[in-house]
Structure formats: C-alpha cells, structure tokens
Design a protein around this ligand. Structure first.
Ligand code: GTP
Ligand code: SPV
Ligand code: MN
Length: 595
C-alpha cells in the first residue's frame, strides 16, 4: 500500500476553525483527520477508497463514466422529521410545527453519542460554500463527517474544498456541522439544529437531507433564521428562466413540497407547440432571495448539484435529467442490472427488465410485487451536466424573480392554476398550501397535510413568525413578483386530469404573461383563473370536459378546504398573523354566498 496523500494537517490558519476541529476531534476520537481540498486528485483517491471499502460500487465506466452506485441501510432511506429538532433556548422560538429540544439537553444527549463515535474511523473536514463563490448571499459551512459517501455527495452538491477556506479566511462566521453515521440505528438517530450557535449536529443516519448538512439543515433550517434576522428569504424553491422566441427572459421561483415536481419543472422541455421557447435551470430545490437595489427580488441557488428523485425520471418525462445523470453521478437505492454495470428504476424508459438486483441487494424479477428501486431512491449529479443549465446559475447576483409559484399534490379542490390578487393573498396561498405526503420523508404516504410554502419540515423557527416575515418583506420589495398557485396532480376517477411535465409549459406561459401583465383571466372569489381560451392548449389532446375539471373552482370543496385550514392556523395560536386569519374568514364568508 502506498502512503495516503490525504492532507492530515490543517490547510488553514483560521484559529476558530482549527480550535473547533480540535474540540470535535477530542469528542469523536477519530483515528485520523483528513482535510478535503476539493481537487481532482483528491476526488480520484476518495472514489478509489470508497470502492475499496465497499461504500460504493463502480458502474460500467464506458456507458456511465464517473458513475457509482450506493445503497443505504434499509432503515435509513429518507428524511426523518420525527427525529429532527430545532434547539432554540425556548420552545416558543421553534414553534408548534417543529420538534424542540433544549440546547443543553441536545448537546448533552448527542454529545454522549458522539463521544468516541469515530474510533477506528476517519474524520473528514469538508469546507463548503452554499452559493456562488464571492457572492454576498453565500455562506460557508464546515461539515465534519465520518462518512466518505457524505464527502463524495457534498463534493457534487456544493462548492467544496479550498475554495471555501479561501472565502472564509480567518472569519468565525462558518456553520459548524458535525456528523457521524454511528451504527445507523434509528434509536440513536438525531438531526439537531442550534440556530443561535450556527451549529448542526447529525448522528445515526447516512442518507440525504439528514446528513448532507449544507442542504436542508443549513440552506433551509438555519438559512430561514438568518433570512429572518438579515431580511431575506430562504425557501424550498426551484428557480428557472423562461426564454421567449424573441429572447425575452423571465425568472420564476416555485415551491412544491418534497417529491412534488420541482426538479422536473426546473428542467422542463416545452412541447412542440412552443417552438422557440426555452427553459433554463438556475436551481431545482432551494432558493435564497434578497431585495436588489432595483427593488426586485433576486434569487441564487445555494447548491451546485441535484439530489433528485430517480423513479419516474425518463426520456419521456425529463430528458434533461436523463442527460444529466449519464456521467459523474452517484445513484443511491435504485436497482442494479444483473451485470452490475447499469441502474434501473420504476418509470425508466424501455421494457421492464426481467431480472434485476433490487435496492436492498436482493434478486428481483418482473413478477415481483415489490418495487426494484426504493420510491425515494435518488441521483446525485453535478449541475454542470444539465444541458439547460442557466448561464446565471453561478452568478453572484443571481436572477430577478418575476413570479413565485406555490404548488402541492392535491387530488381534488385546488385548480390547475390560480393567480393571487396581491402579495398578502399570495402569502395566504403559500401559508395554506396542502399536499399529500410522499416517500421523501419516513411515515405514511398520500395523506393531505398543510405544508406552508413547502417549508413545514424546513422552517427553522416559529411558523407564525415566518408568515409575518413573508408579509413584512412586501415593504422592502418595491417591485414584488406576482404570486400563483398550481396543482399538476388533480384527479378524476383516479386519473391525473393534466398531462403534466413538459405540458406544464402551457401553464407557465400563462403565468409569465400574467406576471408581465398581458393575457386574459377571470376574477373569482379565490383569485384570478384562466378563462376558456386563455391557456394555449393547441396541439394538446385534452377534452373541454377534462380541462374544465382541471381548472374549475368547486365552492363546496373550498368550504371544506377553508375550514380545514383553520386547524393549522389555530395551532400557531397568537403567533398567527391576523391578516392571514382574516383573509381565511373573508374567503369563507364569500364562499357562503355561492352555496
Ligand atoms: P425533492 O427533491 O424531494 O424536493 O422533490 P421535487 O419537488 O424536486 O420532485 P421531482 O421533480 O423529483 O418529482 C417527484 C415525482 O413527481 C416524480 O416521481 C415525478 O415523476 C412526479 N412528477 C413531477 N412532475 C409531475 C407532473 O407534472 N405531473 C405528474 N403527474 N407527476 C409529476
Ligand atoms: C426533500 O426531501 O425535499 C429533498 C431530498 O430534496 S433530501 O435531501 O433528502 O431532503
Ligand atoms: Mn427538496
């Protein structure tokens, strides 16, 4: 064996960083400490090592160059909301929608688990930036982890290594992330956030949003608190640019809950009818938005890669994603072909293979009643692979947002598209967003729950205060984006009414036109909706009846909906902003006129 060339001495003179790494190492007691620099050399070395350790497997390098396969523990395949805690000094700061633990208790409890957790292991020091290097909006984090899988994923998902240490310099402003997979036991699994210390401790998991600490933990939970304090918004939103045939660009940010279509929407290819139109991806999961000097809302994507849902991804539904995962991608919990060279998931193109190795490593045949890939199986792919990556994806200024869209997965009630009357009503639409639960988090799938702004699992402080922050932002934004609500998932007799995916361009076009004040619409009690003929449906095989069903507003259903919204609002008690409660009551009163 050749001597490892990994850097074991700190390539920084930042005294705060050196001191903290020393303290955490004293707690976790790793055999060695490796500082990651983000170089190509290091990448080659880490992949070789991960393969040798059996953490990942190499796929067919001719077919899928730079691609690898990973399986997580079957008990560890999604975010764990019931084990995720906001550890603020008071419970009230975390609010009724978050699990809360007192900071002392959390440090004590997790400290006990971290004590010696890395014995016999390596502690990787992973410096990373969320956001483009040098952007005023960007934040530096350091993740200490004993998982080489986490290091390899962070390499793709963030700007990782020397670039982050350079940006940090000697400052003490970095997020302190500590992670150990420990023994991957759900009994000893906790994801704890300490906003007042800019600190995240995650233990007992090796999967996704639980452990890639830059993503949900820093960019959303801690980020939302920073946004509140510094006057900006950290949101669970994709960012895309719509280019018209004349070359006019309009940027849109959209919040859909986990596994409800952000990645697909962000990479959409418009249908034939929209010849000359083009969608450019800025981000697929997270947006940081601040008010620019021109009074508009400007957004950056803090991430550098996509941790996307694999099942359902095909040349039919998302050709750009299929292109993106052809190289330098890590696949987690999908199925393997029998030769172990290629991957498969439900909904992939072509015939269903006769034989596979399933996500748990068991032989699988197409007669099997079980899924070959886990429903929350994912790809980790660099944004630079995306054929429709916006040339502003790395721009320190970000892009100016003209429309904000909220969307959930709703079989009934919520129409295909609706425009709010104004900012307050738009915030109301976001605050009352409901969606059926998905496999992205553990727990029952398909139950409608309130998921305000798609942030229920990601808001790092009291949701009532978060709504108030959204309302107050209006006073800072001289030229606010228009706010819309969409629903791709309305059903009739168990079938989706709207074809979705690329065809969502038809709705997006209406939104862009409305945001730029052009195309027609009708005012209803609930908001502005397209009249028959306002949506461009040419070339789409859809009946008048079907489009009516997809876009209609049924006041009986809305009565039930508005009543059910009260449960959530009541839960927030006196932290619930009055304007939103009054808006709900007003709508209920107006709906009564129609019944
Ligand atoms: P997270 O990464 O968990 O935040 O999810 P996401 O919001 O990026 O969701 P994604 O785009 O990965 O889509 C999740 C699932 O929804 C996939 O199985 C898609 O096939 C399906 N989906 C996406 N867009 C549409 C649509 O327009 N219509 C229908 N019916 N399904 C869709
Ligand atoms: C989500 O669940 O919203 C995701 C995947 O984007 S994870 O990174 O696991 O949170
Ligand atoms: Mn997400």
């Amino acid at each position: 064996m050749t001597e490892p060339r990994n850097s074991t001495t700190a390539p920084t003179s930042n005294p705060h960083l050196i001191q903290w790494v020393k303290e955490m190492a004293a707690l976790c007691k790793p055999d060695r400490i490796v500082w990651c620099d983000g170089s190509e050399d290091e990448k080659t070395r880490l992949y070789e090592q991960a393969v040798a350790e059996g953490v990942i497997q190499e796929l067919d390098q001719k077919k899928l160059p730079g691609c690898y396969y990973a399986r997580s523990n079957p008990n560890d395949v999604a975010r764990v909301e019931h084990l995720t805690f906001i550890c603020t000094p008071t419970k009230d700061e975390a609010g009724p929608t978050n699990n809360w633990m007192a900071p002392d208790e959390a440090y004590r409890k997790l400290g006990g688990l971290f004590d010696g957790a890395m014995k016999g292991r390596t502690m990787y020091v992973v410096p990373y930036i969320m956001g483009p290097a040098g952007s005023e909006m960007s934040k530096v984090g350091i993740e200490l982890t004993d998982s080489i899988y986490v290091v390899l994923n962070m390499r793709i998902m963030t700007r990782m290594g020397k670039i982050a240490l350079d940006m940090l310099g000697d400052a003490n402003t970095f997020n302190r992330g500590l992670h150990s997979t420990l023994d991957v036991n759900p009994e000893r699994r906790y994801i704890c956030h300490f906003p007042q210390d800019n600190t995240i401790w995650s233990i007992g998991s090796g999967y996704g949003g639980n452990v890639l600490l830059g993503k949900k933990c820093l960019a959303l939970r801690i980020g939302s608190v920073l946004g509140r304090d510094e006057g900006w918004l950290a949101e669970h939103m994709l960012i895309l640019g719509v280019e018209s045939p004349e070359g006019q660009m309009t940027y849109v940010a959209a919040a859909f809950p986990s596994a409800c279509g952000k990645t697909n929407f962000a990479m959409m290819i418009p249908p034939k009818r929209f010849n000359g139109w083009k969608i450019w991806t800025v981000g697929d999961d997270i947006a940081w938005m601040r008010v620019g000097p021109d009074g508009r809302l400007w957004a950056i994507n803090p991430e550098a890669g996509y941790f996307g849902v694999a099942p359902g991804t095909s040349m039919q539904s998302n050709p750009n994603a299929m292109q993106t995962v052809l190289k330098d991608t890590i696949f987690t919990n999908v199925a393997l072909t029998p030769d172990k060279g290629d991957v498969w998931w439900e909904g992939k193109d072509g015939p269903i293979p006769a034989d596979l190795i399933d996500w748990q490593g068991r032989p699988w045949t197409n007669a099997s009643p079980e899924k070959a890939a886990h429903p929350n199986s994912r790809f980790t792919a660099p944004a630079r692979n995306n054929p429709c990556l916006s040339r502003f994806a790395d721009d320190p200024q970000g892009v100016p947002i003209s429309a904000i869209i909220f969307g959930g997965r709703r079989a009934s009630t919520v129409p295909l598209v609706l425009q709010s009357f104004n900012w307050t009503h738009g915030v109301f639409l976001g605050a009352t967003l409901g969606s059926e639960t998905t496999a992205a988090a553990t727990g029952k799938v398909g139950v409608v729950r309130r998921d305000p702004m798609a942030m229920l699992p990601f808001c790092g402080y009291n949701m009532g205060d978060y709504f108030a922050h959204w309302l107050k932002m209006q006073h800072k934004i001289a030229n606010p984006p228009k706010i819309f609500m969409v629903n791709w998932f309305r059903q009739h007799n168990g079938k989706f009414l709207w074809p979705g995916f690329g065809e969502n361009m038809r709705v997006l076009k209406w939104i862009v036109d409305r945001a730029r004040v052009a195309r027609g619409a009708q005012e209803t009690i609930m908001g502005w909706v397209p009249r028959p003929g306002d949506l461009d449906l040419s070339g789409l095989d859809i009946s008048d009846e079907q489009i009516h069903e997809a876009t209609k507003i049924d006041y009986r259903e809305w009565k039930t909906e508005l009543e059910s919204q009260a449960e959530f609002f009541d839960k927030l008690g006196d932290r619930m902003p009055r304007p939103l409660s009054l808006w709900r009551e007003m709508l209920l009163a107006r709906v009564a006129e129609r019944l």
